[in-house]
Ligand binder design. Structure first.
Ligand SMILES: Cc1cc2nc3c(=O)[nH]c(=O)nc-3n(C[C@H](O)[C@H](O)[C@H](O)COP(=O)(O)OP(=O)(O)OC[C@H]3O[C@@H](n4cnc5c(N)ncnc54)[C@H](O)[C@@H]3O)c2cc1C
Length: 231
């Protein structure tokens, strides 16, 4: 491990999509900066999501400025590993200054002079500005309504990767989140649904309705003659 002390104008903590987007914007503005990521670029997309996740929106929409997804079909929904690879390629394409495997341990505002002193696993960084791009979904939330001592096997989506983790039997994914909407049809055998009868079919209809609205909104975003804001 190298232990060094560096000075930089802006330190971006986190190499997920927010940190990489920030780096691209800072580069365009000519602002010197460094992105540090404790794991790998786009780690949340690699290991923090279930195996069959695809992006919520089509490739033409869910991309960053200046680079298309590889593969050529703008209407495709990109699989999570390809999303992660896209961010790696993006960093390479725009030569963004990202250091992986470096964790920020603390950041303290300097006394009597501007900026911050930041301790990392790779040394100390002095920066005038810090951007915290450490992600919005770090802690799984389990609502109090879920019985803690239940004999029913329970798993949070943060720990769910594929149906092989589940014991035999019917499955109830509560909520109309991406896990529920994407996984009922894709991952979990449809005959499990018989156990829930009308209620689950009603949930399916709601999900289908939500997806139809999302599809129309996504089409409108693409086709509607919106003005582009300039400043
Ligand atoms: C289940 C699910 C499905 C989603 N599907 C989509 C989708 O289809 N399309 C879409 O656009 N968005 C989707 N999102 C939202 C998307 O994941 C987030 O918007 C996105 O990951 C947020 O990017 P981020 O860079 O803010 O955070 P993250 O991707 O979480 O990145 C934060 C990074 O910071 C790093 N980090 C944290 N602490 C430190 C530290 N102390 N030092 C150094 N590095 C650190 C982490 O390792 C991580 O890589 C989904 C989210 C979830 C939970």
């Amino acid at each position: 491990m190298t232990v060094e002390k560096i000075q930089i104008e802006t330190l971006v903590v986190g190499g997920g999509q927010a940190g990489i987007a920030m780096s691209e914007h800072l580069s365009k503005q000519g602002i010197s900066h460094l992105v540090v990521e404790k794991n790998r670029i786009a780690e949340a997309w690699r290991t923090g999501r279930w195996d069959s996740l695809v992006a919520n929106g089509p490739a033409w929409h869910d991309r960053f400025p200046g680079m298309e997804f590889k593969g050529g079909d703008p209407d495709a929904f990109i699989a999570k590993d390809d999303v992660a690879q896209y961010f790696v390629d993006y960093v390479r394409e725009f030569n963004l200054p990202v250091r992986t495997g470096v964790e920020v341990k603390s950041a303290v505002r300097n006394h009597g002079r501007p900026g911050f002193t930041i301790e990392t696993t790779d040394g100390v960084i002095e920066a005038l500005n810090i951007v915290a791009a450490t992600g919005p979904f770090q802690k799984p939330v389990i609502p109090p309504i879920a019985p803690r001592d239940s004999a029913i096997h329970q798993i949070h989506s943060a720990k769910y990767y594929n149906p092989q983790q589940l014991p035999e039997g019917a499955v109830l994914p509560p909520g109309m989140n991406p896990v529920a909407v994407q996984h009922l049809p894709a991952d979990i055998r449809l005959d499990y649904l018989d156990a829930f009868g009308a209620a689950i079919h009603a949930a399916f209809l709601m999900a289908a309705g939500i997806m139809a609205v999302a599809f129309v909104l996504s089409w409108l975003l693409k086709e509607a003659p919106l003005k582009t804001a300039t400043h």
